[in-house]
Design a protein around this ligand. Structure first.
Ligand code: FES
Length: 319
């Protein structure tokens, strides 16, 4: 009987640091024994982030070794998905969507703006190492076309002028406004609602969108799922519960959904923990972030999505 063999992975100098190793272990533990290779995509993502935004051969083969996979299988995954970069990229990876809705709404002018401001062509990295430009297909934000993804964030409703400003702010280390550049909420019509104008939205979901007070008792699409008591036990074992408030200060909660990674359900779940304001999240210690991440059943995501950093920025802007 023939047997498939493969050369041993060559991890070289690459290895997860302690924090990423702990995160990798938690991810791998989600899969039953014998199915750990299912963790290949999240582990490649961790490796790419640790490796400065791209996957070297050593990083890919480290993941192969970590999961007991043939290196070729992991190379196949890494080369199939466009979110994995096979070459070094700049500090800011600019992905211009060029699919029809964005193209009709001016994506060519966005690409041209980047070329002129950064002095690069598609596929290049600027001399200062700040920007890499690539064009991609639909990123699923067509309602707010044209749009560009910069690292993990979407910048929507762009014009050449607003993109110019974003690039300038990034270049000079200034805070940039993510999401719609015209103030549009989610993918609502730009000129306001034309249907359901007398609809009385659920207090929780409408409060979340407008930053109003959150009615914790109200059910609705944005309400938190019933907490699993075992998650609280796990969270207590993993970290330290952050102090919460009885109610939002001045009866008005911050719109925590402005923090990338927090959606309506998580905002409602945080409200149940007494977390209503950016400055509360901004002050979390690592142990408190771990507690919340475990409680919300996505350990490690708070750190990856930099909730605390985002909250500090938003709290500073509010002050
Ligand atoms: S076409 Fe650009 S996000 Fe869909």
């Amino acid at each position: 009987m023939s047997q498939t063999t493969y050369r041993a992975p060559e991890s070289g100098e690459f290895a997860f640091d302690a924090e990423n190793e702990a995160l990798a272990q938690r991810i791998i533990a989600r899969y039953p024994e014998g199915r750990h290779r299912s963790a290949v995509i999240p582990l490649l993502d961790i490796a790419q982030r640790q490796n400065g935004g791209w996957l070297s051969k050593e990083a890919v083969e480290f993941v192969a070794g970590r999961l007991g996979m043939a290196p070729i299988r992991v190379h196949e995954v890494a080369s199939f998905y466009s979110m994995f970069n096979k070459n070094p990229v700049g500090k800011y990876l600019l992905q211009v969507c060029r699919t029809t809705p964005c193209w009709l709404r001016g994506s060519d002018s966005l690409t041209q703006t980047i070329k002129e401001i950064c002095g690069i062509e598609i596929g290049d990295t600027s001399e200062d190492g700040l920007f890499t430009l690539i064009e991609v297909e639909c990123l699923g934000a067509c309602c707010n076309a044209p749009m560009v993804q910069i690292n993990d964030d979407y910048y929507e409703d762009l014009t050449a002028k607003s993109l110019d400003k974003i690039l300038d702010n990034l270049k000079n280390g200034r805070v940039v406004e993510k999401g719609s550049q015209t103030g549009r909420i989610a993918s609502a019509r730009q000129d306001g609602p034309h249907i359901l104008v007398d609809f009385d939205p659920n207090p929780v979901s409408s409060g979340i969108l407008r930053g109003d007070a959150v009615d914790e008792e109200a059910p609705g699409p944005g309400s938190a799922p019933t907490p699993d008591p075992s998650l609280e036990e796990k969270a207590d074992a993993a970290g330290k519960r952050p102090a919460g408030l009885d109610r939002p200060r001045n009866g008005k909660a911050d719109a925590l959904i402005k923090i990338k990674g927090i959606g309506p359900a998580n905002e409602a779940a945080l409200a149940k923990l007494g977390i209503f304001h950016f400055d509360q999240i901004a002050s979390w210690s690592p142990e408190e972030a771990t507690w919340v991440g475990t409680f919300l059943a996505f350990p490690g995501r708070i750190e990856h999505e930099e909730w605390i950093q985002q909250a500090k920025t938003l709290a500073g802007r509010k002050a």
